[in-house]
Design a protein around this ligand. Structure first.
Ligand code: LLP
Length: 383
């Protein structure tokens, strides 16, 4: 993992720095470990939709997983072919559905009984047959943050297991949709492989239910969710794709094409947020703060999920790597705008350059203009 290195002229901070070589190696690893089983990979555009990143990933041959009409549009413009684009989302507008229909995407991942009717109606207006997969909620509870856990029965995502019979009845009646596959997604940043094995077993069970009813299932889409190492990104820049795909290979039937929608595991580790220390200060209670020029506007994950991102002071001399404990805070007028709490950090001064690692997924793409701050620029490093 190369990462950003200091030179005399650091660009205007804060900015995202992308190690494109690592991105390439990560994609190669994912392709290498999945292609031995004939699996199809789609990149989850929501993780990082930067044009340069999307074009790079499209050239590597992955498909795209989109959750809005705008993502479908971006994917098409960046070189993904329509027949490798899947479109999920618990609420798709007519405008978005029409756009995807006009572009003949591979499949809509449908999340409710009502959506089946809406897509059928809109496809009928266009005299088309929409290709669909049913996103079935598998009721698997991964050990991840509750905000990014999607596969348990009480979540808003997917068609409830006890409604799959109704979904099948609709599919049989509605003339302008064609059921091709089943789709699942249990959640994100899942590190315990047994949850993926549990998902594979549920998928086998649910597929069998459909096939016993005489319904041919051509493809299984197992979603995304594979986590990355936020604690030690430099030691583990590429996540354990081999073990992940092996969980599915153990159980999934061999007569179907299998698809995955990987986001974080593809782009998280190639991106870092480079920021400058504006102020150092101490609170009345003795907490030692370094306030930096990046905030939750550039990277909201710590504020929103309490997520941990490794932070390194690139300006510090290595022999200074000692206590006191530091808080690294952003400049935004919100108490949650803190990147790290009580971390061991070198003595830090105004003007020091810090890097916040593992920010390539759900970083820039979730940024906002809150406090009227401009969006951070990005640097793509191919060295
Ligand atoms: N497929 C579906 C249907 C999804 O909802 C997601 C992510 C993915 C695939 C890709 O999951 P991944 O491989 O990236 O785990 N903003 C949160 C993550 C939200 C994930 C939403 N869905 C975060 O910063 O942790």
């Amino acid at each position: 993992m190369a990462g950003f290195t200091l030179s005399d002229n650091v660009p205007h901070t804060p900015f995202y720095h992308y190690d494109m070589r690592l991105l390439g190696e990560t994609i190669d690893a994912a392709i290498n470990h999945s292609s031995r089983f004939g699996y199809n990979l789609h990149y989850a555009v929501k993780a990082n939709a930067d044009k340069e990143i999307l074009e790079f990933i499209a050239k590597k041959g992955l498909g795209a997983d989109c959750v809005s009409g705008w993502e479908v549009d971006a994917a098409l413009k960046c070189g993904f072919a329509p027949d490798v684009i899947v479109f999920a989302g618990v609420g798709k507008s007519d405008q978005e559905i029409n756009f995807a229909l006009d572009n003949d995407i591979f499949a809509f991942n449908c999340e409710s009984l009502q959506e089946l009717e809406v897509i059928n109606e809109l496809a009928k207006n266009k005299n088309k047959i929409a290709q669909i997969a049913l996103r079935v909620n598998p009721n698997v509870h991964p050990d991840t943050h509750k905000y990014i856990s999607t596969g348990q029965s009480e979540s808003k995502f997917g068609i409830a297991y006890n409604e799959i019979n109704k979904a099948l009845e609709s599919v049989e009646v509605l003339q302008n949709i064609n059921l091709k596959g089943l789709h699942f997604h249990i959640g994100s940043q899942v590190m315990t492989m047994s949850f993926f094995e549990e998902l594979a077993l549920r998928a086998v069970e649910i597929t069998k239910w459909f096939e016993d009813k005489g319904c041919k299932i051509e493809h299984l889409n197992m979603g995304g969710g594979l986590g990355v190492d936020y604690d030690n990104p430099m030691d583990n820049p590429i996540t354990d794709f081999a073990n992940y795909f092996a969980q599915f290979e153990k159980h999934l039937p061999k007569d179907k094409t299998v698809h995955f929608e990987l986001g974080r595991s593809i782009t998280a580790q190639c991106g870092e947020l480079i920021t400058r220390v504006l102020i150092t200060k101490e609170t009345a209670t003795g907490s030692n703060y370094a306030i930096v020029d990046a905030g939750m506007t550039e990277l909201i994950r710590p504020a929103l999920y309490g997520a941990n991102h490794k932070i390194i002071n690139l300006s510090a001399k290595s022999d200074e790597l000692k206590k006191p404990l530091y808080y690294i805070g952003g400049p935004i007028c919100e108490s949650s705008d803190v990147f790290a709490h009580e971390i061991e950090f070198p003595k830090t001064n105004r003007g020091d350059i810090l890097t916040i690692k593992s920010a390539g997924a759900y970083g820039a793409v979730m940024s906002s203009n809150y406090n009227l701050r401009p969006r951070a620029k990005a640097i793509f490093d191919y060295k």
